[in-house]
Design a binder for this molecule. Structure first.
Ligand code: C5P
Length: 244
């Protein structure tokens, strides 16, 4: 699908100007919530949209992954309250490397995609103390607007007032193939059938948990990215922004 570039976005002094069919409109600061199942390409798209609009991208999955990393280091402690109370978690931004996750003074970003973390993150993220801890930080980050945040409960729980909510989906086959290509680039061998199973299991867990399950916010716009290019999806979201 090709979306014609009917808009042009200029940023001047952190104010967004959108030129659409000859008219220039000044935009108020906004937050964008991007939710959807595992490996739907949310982070790739969120990063691009944020870069185009001079907004800041916040990867909330990385926060749950960081807590999971510590949970594993603490031999799978079941005391989730102490786990989060003893944690100092912050996000920093590196010009080249993007978002970095700092946990207890250590940059843990490079460990967060390890299989062990991926296989336990949905369990840890289902725990109430963990969610309260992460959601509070996410809401603080978005207070001043200008944030593109991706996750599972951003439109429903974290930023229910976000100016734009997008729910991104794609077939499980396509998500597994995309994940395999990502893994290849990082030198990790993986099997598509196994990835399909892991992705579906994680979705089931995230959709059926008691607190803040993965679901589309009523006012979110669904984009099915199956067969769409990264550029097309990015343009579709920019198009939605231009209509706000
Ligand atoms: O987005 P990512 O795949 O890194 O997320 C890892 C896991 O963290 C998800 O499968 C989900 O269990 C949890 N998560 C969540 N709420 C969010 C973001 C992620 O529960 N807002």
């Amino acid at each position: 699908m090709c979306i014609p570039p009917i808009y042009k976005i200029h940023i001047y002094d952190k104010i967004l100007f959108i030129k659409q069919q000859g008219r220039v409109t000044k935009m108020k600061p906004i937050n964008i919530a991007l939710d959807g199942p595992a490996a739907a390409g949310k982070s790739t798209i969120a990063k691009r949209v944020a870069a185009k609009l001079s907004m800041i991208y916040v990867d909330t999955g990385a926060m749950y992954r960081a807590i999971t990393y510590k949970y594993l280091q603490l031999n799978k402690t079941e005391d989730f309250s102490s786990l989060v109370q003893s944690s100092v978690l912050s996000l920093t931004y590196d010009e080249e490397k993007g978002q970095r996750v700092i946990l207890d003074n250590q940059d843990v970003t490079d460990y967060l995609r390890e299989n062990d973390v991926t296989n336990h993150v949905s369990y840890v993220a289902s725990k109430e103390p963990v969610r309260t801890f992460a959601v509070e930080k996410q809401q603080e980050l978005a207070e001043k607007k200008g944030i593109v945040m991706d996750g599972r409960d951003i439109g429903t729980v974290v930023l229910p007032e976000a100016e734009l909510k997008v729910y991104m989906i794609a077939s499980v086959e396509e998500r597994a193939i995309r994940r395999q290509k990502d893994n290849e680039l990082r030198g990790i061998q993986s099997n598509v059938e196994q990835l399909k199973q892991e992705i579906s299991d994680r979705d089931q867990y995230d959709m059926n948990r008691e607190i803040s399950p993965l679901k589309k916010a009523e006012d979110a716009i669904t984009i099915d990215t199956t067969g769409m290019s990264i550029e097309d999806v990015t343009n579709e979201i920019l198009n939605l922004v231009s209509k706000l």
